[in-house]
Design a protein around this ligand. Sequence first.
Ligand code: HEC
Ligand code: HEC
Ligand code: HEC
Ligand code: HEC
Ligand code: HEC
Ligand code: HEC
Ligand code: HEC
Ligand code: HEC
Length: 490
Amino acid sequence: MKKLLFGFTLILGFSGGALGADSLVSEDSETCIECHASLHPGIVKDWLKSAHAKVSPAQALNKPKLERRISVEKVPEHLANKAIGCAECHTMNEGTHQDSFEHNDYQVHTVVTPNDCAVCHEAEARQYQKNLMSKARTILLENPVYMDLMTQINGTHRLEDKEIIVIPPNADTNADACLYCHGTKVEMEGLKTVDSDMGEMEVPILSGWPNQGVGRLNPDGTTGSCSACHVRHQYSIEMARRPYTCSECHKGPDVPAYAVYQVSKHGNIHSTHNKEWDFRAVPWKVGKDFTAPTCGACHVSLLVGEDGEIVAERTHQMNNRSTWRLFGVPYAHPHPKSSDTSTIRNKAGLPLPTELTGEPVSQFLIDAKEQQQRRDAMKTICLSCHGNGWVDGHFERLENTIATTNEMTLTSTKILITAWDKGVAKGLEHHDSIFNDVIEKKWTEQWLFYANSARLASAMAGADYGVFANGRWYLSKNIQEMLDYIHMRE
Ligand code: HEC
Ligand code: HEC
Ligand code: HEC
Ligand code: HEC
Ligand code: HEC
Ligand code: HEC
Ligand code: HEC
Ligand code: HEC
């Protein structure tokens, strides 16, 4: 007990009265902190630095609308005047969590989900569901073409009789690879007893854990993880606005948005001047708080101008300002209407948003009017720092890049079909994987690496990634190599 009290006092000293008689912290959360302060000092001190420890929902609702950081109009009475502490989050929506466990007289769940956050942040949770991100797990696992790709990449390759046999990947491999970003399924498998300074304690055994993938399937049936960008337990808005937070998932050769940003003028200005910027201000004032956009500024943030007029509304539907799905499988196309793309079928019956010829499967995709609205929303942001000529010129080039890279993909698709016709590789008609032959892998690289790289470079102004660093040089070289491969095998 001595150790417990010591931990508690330390916290009191540190927080300068966050806990105590007239404390903002609920009695329930104080109970948690009594043990967890010494058990997990990292967690408790992180939380003490958060807005959740310092501002009650009632105080938050008192702020002028544009400065508010909670999006509901009303918070349940028992939560309104208290800090959002351990107990508030980890016992929220009791009865809906498959992973809840009996813990010191509380029904606690470890996995705090978007639905729990929604009690105070309803708009963010609702909008987030319209992201492809929120369905990133379903989009992969319920699409046979994507599953084929996943198996060919993650499977263990074995040599038998001079042939390669692909052993399908196990759950740990997938959790360590694609599902690290796309999201695992977290399930309660049972309880285990752990030994601690406080004696023996039962804690849950969770499968698919740890994970913070954007499309994670949670034990309460919800999808997504706010922790992907809002790291527990500080929940700092600064971290969400910083570009490197997105780099965890948006950096590789297939998805080089961060790499592009880093070399762009915007990235360079961020690197040079970010120390003078105010990453905590809400709303975020263009020019005063920051002088070049980060990922958040262009895709998410509430931005205002000099006199507080709104430049962009905050959106957690992060495709709200995106006209195109640049990451095309295999062609770029207008954004899908619904975030659950697993129901899309093209004329050939394949679960893809375009035909193999590149023509978009329009009934599943946003129309020209919606595209225009989204482009205008993005352009309004640019126009707070640039003139019309600069911005229009930029987007005309992007349209051109989409058209030309799609054509380069089409050329490679035609070569691939020739290879299948000539029997140089086995494809759809042979009921074989379309990702396992050498020429099929080269076709995959054409759109997955080179075309995507060129398009992201064009969208976000990082020219190197559009040319020699996985861009147009490889788009053209690869086509010649694919054709050569057929000639060699004929
Ligand atoms: C009597 C001490 C004590 C109290 C009170 C207490 N905890 Fe714990 N808690 C522990 C111990 C010990 C563990 C096990 C740590 C480990 O797994 O190493 C634990 C584990 C946890 C875990 C992690 C479970 C997992 O998935 O591994 C969560 C979440 C948690 N506690 C939340 C809470 C909350 C919320 C409260 C208050 C409602 C609370 N605890 C009150 C001692 C306590
Ligand atoms: C892909 C990254 C990402 C994910 C995932 C994400 N957010 Fe955010 N969030 C941001 C960014 C960027 C901002 C900064 C917005 C701004 O500057 O206005 C933000 C801001 C916020 C804010 C502060 C907004 C305010 O009113 O000042 C809240 C609250 C929030 N997010 C809640 C959530 C919740 C709840 C979830 C899960 C459903 C979530 N976020 C998931 C990126 C993300
Ligand atoms: C705003 C909601 C919120 C509050 C407040 C909160 N937590 Fe959490 N906590 C979470 C989320 C979310 C996760 C899981 C992260 C994830 O989704 O991957 C988590 C994870 C944990 C874990 C497991 C971490 C691990 O790495 O194994 C423990 C233990 C825990 N919290 C304890 C606490 C304690 C103690 C407090 C109070 C000081 C607290 N939490 C306050 C949301 C919260
Ligand atoms: C019971 C209400 C409640 C719940 C549940 C809740 N929050 Fe909050 N959140 C708040 C309040 C209150 C603030 C501070 C508002 C202010 O400073 O004006 C806040 C602030 C934030 C901020 C902005 C912090 C900053 O630095 O500006 C983020 C991000 C955030 N919450 C994310 C989350 C996430 C993610 C969850 C779920 C894991 C969650 N919140 C759960 C009430 C809540
Ligand atoms: C490091 C994080 C990360 C890993 C690991 C990862 N992905 Fe992704 N994936 C992403 C991101 C980010 C996007 C979206 C990129 C964009 O829009 O520019 C994406 C998009 C996709 C898409 C497009 C889905 C659609 O239709 O919208 C497919 C298919 C895909 N990934 C397959 C895979 C497969 C298969 C694996 C494992 C072999 C994998 N990914 C591993 C981050 C990742
Ligand atoms: C934990 C991994 C992860 C993090 C962190 C992450 N993303 Fe993503 N993001 C993904 C994946 C995976 C997809 C692809 C979903 C799909 O197509 O299946 C994606 C897709 C997107 C898209 C495409 C539009 C859509 O509907 O989802 C945008 C835009 C995006 N992310 C922006 C961001 C920004 C901005 C940040 C940082 C503030 C960020 N992401 C952080 C994994 C992540
Ligand atoms: C100057 C504003 C700006 C900044 C900064 C910016 N982006 Fe973008 N981003 C765009 C534009 C414009 C597009 C193309 C939109 C369209 O479809 O018309 C785009 C496209 C994307 C896409 C593809 C969306 C899709 O559905 O295919 C992803 C993913 C993305 N950005 C992520 C990021 C990440 C991560 C960062 C930070 C590392 C970032 N962006 C920084 C403006 C920006
Ligand atoms: C907060 C201010 C701000 C916003 C918002 C902004 N930019 Fe910029 N951008 C700059 C500054 C400053 C430069 C550096 C200008 C220079 O070097 O002359 C720059 C540079 C660029 C460049 C680099 C040109 C080159 O040749 O290096 C492009 C392209 C660009 N911006 C496009 C855009 C687009 C498109 C948007 C909107 C999607 C946008 N910017 C939004 C401030 C901004």
